[in-house]
Design a protein around this ligand. Structure first.
Ligand code: SF4
Ligand code: SF4
Length: 290
């Protein structure tokens, strides 16, 4: 397994330092982040979003402002021995989370690896295109935001536009993101994606069931990533990738519930996390059930 953190170049450092100065001015003088907005004002902002998006896409859009529930800490587990590399999870995620179709943005990447070499990111192929999957001699490791308990991405954000919620979901306030991409440099998992162009989705394809910290439309110039489908899981549903996986490789639940499937997996299977030595403490666990 590749254990080397990405080096931070001098240019990245200089860019982040300049962004930090800009962020200081913004946080000192600017309007409030959604994180700091009082509840009533937030409801009003969310209703404004519903009006704006409904008119833009010509359909009834709802924007949830559901917050974290007490006693809930979300966790994810992925059975590497089951995944067949079909990428249905990738495209279910695109549809559920209103990711850009042109250019394409994918929050989930499925990496193809050689059984002979084991988990080896240096030689993984993200762009495999066989006629049929799984291919002989290969196995598959899907990667997305690991929802780190100690996330490096939030620490470097100069405007405080990204943070970890009480249920463990790391979120982004798209109105406060200044697109400096310091978080992308800090994330050791390549989980964050930058909108170089304005995301484009046909109105008919827009998922109208949104959350203000998740799958609502993003503008050009901001960063986005997986939120464990915050709009679903805070309403008691599974993430779209869990529901669509044809082989049941994906598991999800409340880490604080001793009777949950996710706790069973962690307590009874041999689990691993990616780049454990960085102490980011992912809440995304990989395991081999068979
Ligand atoms: S849908 Fe399931 S089997 Fe297919 S690539 Fe994703 S995790 Fe693997
Ligand atoms: S995987 Fe990357 S983007 Fe997700 S919480 Fe960890 S450091 Fe942040």
């Amino acid at each position: 397994m590749d254990t080397t953190p990405e080096p931070v170049s001098r240019r990245t450092f200089a860019t982040c330092a300049a962004a930090a100065a800009a962020g200081f001015v913004l946080t000192a003088c600017g309007p409030k982040r959604l994180y700091d907005v009082p509840r009533e004002r937030l409801r009003q902002l969310v209703r404004d979003m519903e009006r704006e998006y409904s008119s833009k896409y010509g359909k009834d859009v709802t924007v949830s402002d559901a917050g974290p529930q007490p006693g809930v800490l979300f966790g994810y587990a992925l059975d590497i021995s089951r995944c067949i590399g079909c990428r249905r999870c990738v495209y279910a995620c695109v549809e559920e989370n209103n990711q850009s179709r042109d250019p394409q943005v994918h929050w989930i990447r499925v990496l193809q690896m050689d059984k002979a070499h084991g988990v080896d990111f240096a030689h993984a192929d993200e762009y495999y295109e066989p006629e049929l999957v799984p291919e002989d001699g290969k196995f598959y490791v899907p990667v997305q935001c690991q929802q780190c308990e100690d996330p490096p991405c939030t620490k470097v954000c100069p405007t405080g536009a990204t943070w970890k919620e009480k249920d463990g979901i790391v979120v982004i306030d798209y109105d406060w993101c200044i697109g400096c991409r310091c978080c992308m440099a800090a994330c050791p998992y390549g989980a964050r994606h930058f909108n170089w162009k304005a995301p484009s989705i046909a109105s008919k394809d827009v998922n109208p069931s949104m959350h203000y910290l998740g799958n609502r439309p993003r503008p050009k110039g901001v960063v986005e990533k997986c939120t464990f489908c915050i709009q679903r899981v805070r309403a008691g549903r599974y993430p779209a990738c869990v529901e669509v996986c044809p082989v049941g490789a994906r598991k999800f639940g409340n880490l604080l519930d001793p009777d949950s499937e996710i706790r069973y997996i962690i307590e009874h299977k041999r689990v691993m996390v990616l780049k454990e030595e960085l102490n980011t403490m992912p809440k995304f666990f990989y395991f081999y059930a068979t």
